[in-house]
Design a protein around this ligand. Sequence first.
Ligand SMILES: CCOCCOc1ccc(-c2cn(C[C@@H]3NC[C@@H](O)[C@H]3O)nn2)cc1
Length: 447
Amino acid sequence: MAIIQFPKDMKWGTATASYQIEGATNEGGRGVSIWDTFAKTPGNVINGDNGDVACDSYHRYEEDVEMMKELGIDVYRFSVAWPRIFPNGTGEINQEGLDYYHRLVDKLLEAGIEPMCTLYHWDLPQALQDKGGWNNRETIDAFVNYAEVMFKEFSGKIKQWLTLNEPWCISFLSNFIGVHAPGNQDLQLATQISHHLLVAHGKTVKKFRELGIDGQIGFAPNTTWLEPYSNRQEDIDACNREIGWYIEWFMDPVFKGTYPQFLVDWFKKKGVELDIQEGDMETINQPVDFLGINYYTGHIARYKENEGLLDWEMVEMNYERTDIGWPIFPEGFYNVLMRIKDSYGDIPIYITENGSCYNDEPENGRVKDAGRINYLQQHLTALSRAISSGVNVKGYITWSLMDNFEWAEGYTMRFGIVHVNYRTLERTKKDSYYWFKQTIDNNWFEN
Ligand SMILES: CCOCCOc1ccc(-c2cn(C[C@@H]3NC[C@@H](O)[C@H]3O)nn2)cc1
């Protein structure tokens, strides 16, 4: 057994997102989002699930904050539903929407918990989608306008801001692979959207600086790791393309001001022509205060000609998998963090999402989610290794505080350290909640 110890200033937290937990989609003046539309289109979400009720956190946020206070976390990462602030994306501000987030943030501050606000976690106002969504450069300015309102309204209360959650999911998963809203399957469209997202991020960071807001700002790309099946260069290159699609495609523009040429060339071969306007790359290349990193899984892979977009295939190595089918691959977590350190230096990093899907149900009021505890132990050990190797990790925020709407998987996949009964909305703290509480309290755990 080993003691895994963390730095004394390590921050611990939990994460959620508006569409996944709030419910009350027709309340408080909220406008329609693309996820309301997508989820209500038959076939898009398992069981036809949608976010109309979700965890009802719009009404139950006080109970949720109490659970977080008992947990002893330092920071709570939540997202704001843009359609609650601007029901039509732009134009008239919905005061009821601002009021809800003031209630939430005030409750967090009262509990001694730092709010970390994600401005965009996928619930784009449908009115903007109707005008082309992220493919329309006007949406960039609409986003900056929305962000400016939030910065001014919550200045002094919220001091940790994230512009975008998982731009790879917003662009490629949602507009090329097509399993998330709005469900397009067009590589040119998706790649152009990825560029517009980065411009929106850069313009928002510039606005944050211009306003002189007290606080820090970053963004939260999702990452993955592919370990080459062999040391053949074709296997190494194939893994590099997939890792780069998540990491370098989004981080090189922000930290280096350029797209990774090997991927630009690869996409060009696939017929993609990026429309980059004068000044875009300088806008994107704004210094950020910290980098959010989301990591869940990785696998072994090898080159396979003409397979998928990037010519690789997964090699089944019988890794243990979580209930959503993702391999448990903690070495990938370490490797991702080391790759980022080697590429981008000592940028402060928050792990803004890491967690696992286990669908254990309560028995006599207890949820024995040993699998989730095992996943946390393995990944926090990998994180400790990365910190010992010099990665500048400031905090660890687990996904998620509670079971919630897991996008196309609906309510069938549970990522929470707190169980939610979606019929009664009763919350039940799982064994992993108590394990995480002890780890936070100690700032170490026994592996
Ligand atoms: C047919 C091919 O299908 C490919 C599916 O490809 C993916 C990739 C990645 C994901 C994914 C889901 N999550 C968890 C969320 N992160 C943000 C938060 O809202 C969590 O709910 N992270 N990555 C899903 C699907």
